[in-house]
Design a protein around this ligand. Structure first.
Ligand code: HEC
Ligand code: HEC
Ligand code: HEC
Ligand code: HEC
Length: 437
């Protein structure tokens, strides 16, 4: 099955721990300590079995995480045969103790900040995303407490879509401290890809989406998430262009190098030609731009043109192998600043049914251009259409929901075998989606 739908559900339960009375005292001045997920697991806190409807939070977050969320397995995978072989190839005989891996696969925090209850075998857990809990753990269970007060005591503001996105991308794209490069990928690491709204759904969400306040929140999440991931991708590109290894193959289109060869007459690549680059030079991986480019035509065409101009330069510079790296850093950074401004604008925007439909039509109608950008671009388009479709069918309830669902599933089937991806087939399926809208 296509990688986006692979989600192993596993079962396990930890005994809930009850809070000690002294934990109820706010501790503003103490260094924040990481307490581990066990401290959140009591049935009366976040370890309930059924979600509660009468409270502002579901209170079964821990159970959802433990049973359904792959993050619980993030540490374990370092010890599985793929993780172990990867370690061996990279000269890290014990990846399960290597900071290079633990930084994304566990709660890897300084020993001095680990509370007694802490266990870094728990994988990616509550405090990876919500921040060190010791200062707000006690107080946040008291009457009349609220989210903002917790944030003041150091809880990470996951309600802010930009911050949320940054948090996910720190591991799902990499940041200054941590990264997955082609060397790791060639040793067996999956290539990183992301789309905020669909990945949140797959996780699955352990929070309520405020659909009563904004039925189209998924569309805003998708659009803002696209802006932030473009920004972070351009910043990563700028970092890599300044690094020791350039060209860094993971910034290029994977399947420009990794496709299966056909007879010359059957080659869609030869048929397409090599726009803006010498024949046979791998192009920039534009997957984190193609969908956003379309979204921008809907929300701010002027900024779209500005960003286009930067991205044309980025792509050109990346596909000159002995490129002017300084210039690449400048252009990528300029692009990231535009993306940042747009992300901030989008979080304040309201989408509605008409805008959602225009986006669905716009993206699926751009079939030829998007498909020609390669498999990874097609993957982003499929995820974006999926996420828009979910919002559209939940809040708009179109009559032909079932056919649309089947057509969108058909997009993912085109991605099952990326090395033999055919753009004309993917484009055909995009048109089939478009015709149903
Ligand atoms: C920048 C963060 C990051 C770093 C550093 C990192 N990983 Fe990962 N790793 C991920 C993410 C994210 C995934 C999940 C990818 C997906 O499914 O989209 C993953 C997946 C994996 C998987 C596949 C698990 C599966 O379910 O098939 C293995 C094995 C793995 N990593 C091992 C390692 C090893 C070994 C290292 C150190 C050499 C390492 N990782 C370093 C982020 C990272
Ligand atoms: C991979 C990141 C991640 C992990 C791991 C994670 N969360 Fe969350 N959590 C989020 C995001 C994102 C939200 C949604 C934003 C929001 O509403 O705060 C959220 C929302 C919540 C909320 C609702 C907060 C609110 O806004 O009122 C609670 C409660 C919560 N999480 C508890 C937990 C607990 C307990 C664990 C561990 C068992 C956990 N989370 C693990 C990312 C994570
Ligand atoms: C501390 C690093 C880290 C953070 C932060 C993080 N993730 Fe992950 N995520 C991982 C790793 C590592 C894996 C792979 C786990 C495995 O394969 O067992 C993963 C796996 C996933 C998967 C499963 C992918 C698959 O192929 O099945 C989803 C979905 C996901 N993350 C969504 C999110 C979302 C949404 C956020 C932000 C709210 C987030 N993650 C934040 C490290 C992280
Ligand atoms: C410029 C060409 C080029 C690009 C672009 C490129 N690779 Fe590679 N890749 C190589 C070469 C060369 C090898 C080494 C192959 C060998 O030794 O047989 C390799 C090895 C690999 C391997 C291990 C070999 C195997 O068959 O399992 C994987 C997996 C891989 N690359 C995935 C990727 C992914 C994913 C991307 C995009 C993020 C990517 N590559 C981008 C050239 C490239």
């Amino acid at each position: 099955m296509y990688r986006y739908f692979r989600l192993a559900a596993t079962f396990g339960m930890m005994a809930g721990s009850l809070l000690a009375a002294d934990a109820l005292e706010p501790a503003k001045n103490l260094p924040a300590m990481f307490t581990g997920p066990g401290s959140c697991s009591s049935p009366s806190c976040h370890g309930g079995v059924q979600p509660r409807q009468d409270t502002s939070v579901l209170q079964n977050e821990y159970s959802t995480w433990v049973i359904k969320d792959k993050h619980t397995k993030a540490f374990e995978v370092l010890t599985n045969p793929i993780g172990q072989r990867m370690g061996k190839i990279l000269g890290l005989p014990h990846p399960e103790t290597a900071p290079k891996c633990l930084t994304c696969h566990s709660l890897d925090v300084p020993i001095a900040q680990r509370a007694r209850t802490f266990d870094n075998n728990d994988g990616v857990s509550c405090e990876n995303c919500h921040g060190a809990a010791s200062n707000w753990l006690g107080p946040h269970t008291t009457r009349d407490w609220n989210f903002d007060k917790s944030v003041q005591l150091g809880m990470y503001d996951t309600r802010d879509i930009i911050k949320r996105s940054e948090k996910c991308l720190s591991c799902h794209l990499g940041d200054k401290e941590k990264f997955v490069d082609h060397k790791m990928i060639a040793a067996g690491h999956p290539d990183l890809y992301f789309e905020l709204d669909s990945f949140s759904a797959v996780m699955p969400r352990h929070w309520k989406e405020p659909l009563d306040k904004d039925p189209w929140i998924g569309v805003r999440t998708l659009a803002a998430g696209q802006a932030v991931q473009l920004r972070e991708h351009l910043l990563r590109l700028a970092r890599r262009a300044q690094g020791d290894v350039w060209p860094e193959y993971a910034e290029l289109d994977c399947y420009a190098c990794h496709h299966s060869l056909t007879a010359a007459k059957d080659s869609w690549r030869q048929e397409r030609g090599y726009p803006d680059r010498a024949p046979g030079v791998p192009p920039f991986n534009a997957s984190r731009y193609v969908v956003f480019q379309r979204i921008l035509q809907e929300i701010e065409p002027g900024a779209g043109q500005q960003l286009d101009a930067e991205l044309v330069q980025v792509a050109k510079l990346v596909s000159e192998l002995a490129t002017d790296r300084k210039r690449l850093v400048t252009v990528a950074t300029a692009g990231s600043e535009i993306a940042d401004r747009l992300a901030r604008r989008i979080v304040g925007m309201k989408f509605d049914q008409a805008a959602t439909l225009r986006l669905l039509k716009g993206i699926s109608g751009d079939a030829e251009r998007i498909s020609a950008q390669g498999e990874r671009a097609a993957e982003q388009a499929a995820m974006a259409l999926e996420s828009l479709f979910v919002a559209y069918s939940t809040s708009g309830k179109p009559a032909n929901q079932e056919q649309l669902r089947a057509a969108i599933n058909g997009l993912f089937r085109q991605l099952d075998d990326p090395s033999s991806y055919r753009p004309e087939k993917f484009a055909g399926q995009m048109r089939a989606v478009n015709a149903l809208l």
